[in-house]
Design a protein around this ligand. Structure first.
Ligand code: CLR
Length: 379
């Protein structure tokens, strides 16, 4: 039955919502959804998932050579996936519809120093509202590791599944001892399927491929599968680290569970555990809402989020309209005055040299489509 997992009084609304999605093209974020599926968290917070294993992030620069560093980049990357794609099922009961960030909305946070690993800082900013694009910068100065990227989504509907193409990429910079040039890694992003919609308990599965291309020439190719594919298990992947077509290492398993080296591992053993996703994640630390600036996400959405959390959807929806109307007015005023909105932490770069260099090395792989190349302004 449609909406078996949906509160009775919202089942009809859920059915209508599904019909609406099926005939909808474009931006899911702008759709009005039944209240039970609303999340009190803005999409501008999502880049924090990249930093939830600060030890793994910092460790990357300690790799003794490019092969070891690529292994460390892959481990950190795999380590982020559980948080990015399945953790909300546990914390909120299902995947939910995040708040659609306003232009210039900020999410600032850090993972404080621990055991000498150094501070890791996060700066995320909503750099476009139509279409929604979030830019982020994560940095551990002490370790010499920086991640910079942006993400947007293109959604389409097929059967009972929403397909989400992630538009955007990240570039990781790693300081290597004794070298003046940083090693760079171009990180592309997998596609998502949103399943479980019919019953009203949506969850994410990953599909297709993603890549990590390094300036060292090493390339990691990731393939994602769900139930019914080669492992028969949900949330599975396979990754090969290679150079010039030769495979050096293969890793296989579940990105939300355990993965192992298939055969030889980097330490010389065989079939060793590569990553165990039960490893504790560290949530980002943010300032108290009262101390936050007016554009900071939790300040902007305080009343809305509170309404959603307490089931006071009337207050939530009134405050949301208030925010959206104020935004529309602001854009009108800016247009009239000829002073367009200025980003705070990022600048739009038309021709990102680092990206071009890596994309050229990456040639031969399926085209990586990309509209936005926002680079943080040097602070
Ligand atoms: C954002 C970038 C992060 C990874 C990530 C995880 C979950 C994705 C999210 C991204 C984009 C928005 C998203 C979400 C899952 C569900 C949600 C696709 C890619 C959509 C907009 C919600 C659809 C509404 C249904 C639940 C009804 O690094």
């Amino acid at each position: 039955e449609v909406g078996a997992a949906v509160p009775k009084e919202q089942r009809q609304g859920w059915g209508q919502f599904l019909k609406q999605i099926a005939t909808f093209s474009g931006d899911l974020s702008s759709m009005t959804a039944p209240s039970f599926i609303l999340s009190p968290v803005s999409l501008v917070e999502f880049p924090a998932y990249w930093g939830e294993h600060p030890d793994e992030f910092a460790k990357i620069s300690s790799g003794k050579d490019e092969v070891e560093r690529m292994n460390l980049v892959l481990r950190w990357f795999i380590g982020t996936l559980k948080g990015q794609f399945t953790a909300r099922n546990t914390s909120m009961g299902s995947e939910k519809k995040p708040l659609n960030p306003i232009l210039g909305e900020l999410f600032l946070g850090k993972w404080p120093e621990k055991n000498g690993r150094g501070d890791t800082s996060l700066t995320a900013e909503q750099v476009s509202h139509h279409p929604p694009v979030t830019a982020y910068h994560i940095e551990n100065k002490k370790a010499g590791v920086t991640l910079e990227g942006h993400c947007a989504q293109k959604t389409s509907f097929s059967g009972r599944t929403i397909q989400v193409k992630q538009v955007g990429h990240a570039i990781m910079r790693v300081k290597v001892a004794g070298r003046d040039k940083e090693e760079l890694y171009l990180i592309t992003l997998p596609n998502l399927l949103i399943e479980g919609l019919w019953y009203g308990s949506p969850y994410v599965e990953l599909t297709g491929n993603s890549y990590i291309q390094s300036t060292s020439g090493l390339l990691t190719t990731l393939t994602y599968t769900g139930k019914g594919y080669f492992s028969g298990k949900a949330h599975s992947f396979k990754a090969t680290i290679g150079a010039g077509g030769n495979t050096l290492y293969t890793v296989e398993g579940e990105w939300a569970g355990v993965s192992k080296y298939k055969g030889k591992s980097i330490s010389g053993g065989s079939n060793e555990v590569f990553w165990d996703a039960s490893t504790q994640r560290e949530e980002v630390t943010v300032q108290d809402v009262e101390q936050q600036g007016d554009m900071e996400s939790r300040k902007v959405w305080k009343t809305v989020a509170n309404g959603i959390r307490t089931g006071d959807y009337d207050t939530a929806s009134k405050d949301k309209s208030k925010i959206e109307n104020a935004q529309r007015q602001k854009r009108k005023d800016e247009a009239a005055a000829g002073t367009p909105h200025q980003l705070e932490h990022f600048v739009h770069v038309e021709d990102d040299q680092e990206y071009s260099q890596l994309a050229a090395m990456f040639k031969g792989q399926p085209a990586h489509e990309d509209g936005y190349r926002n680079k943080p302004r040097v602070q």
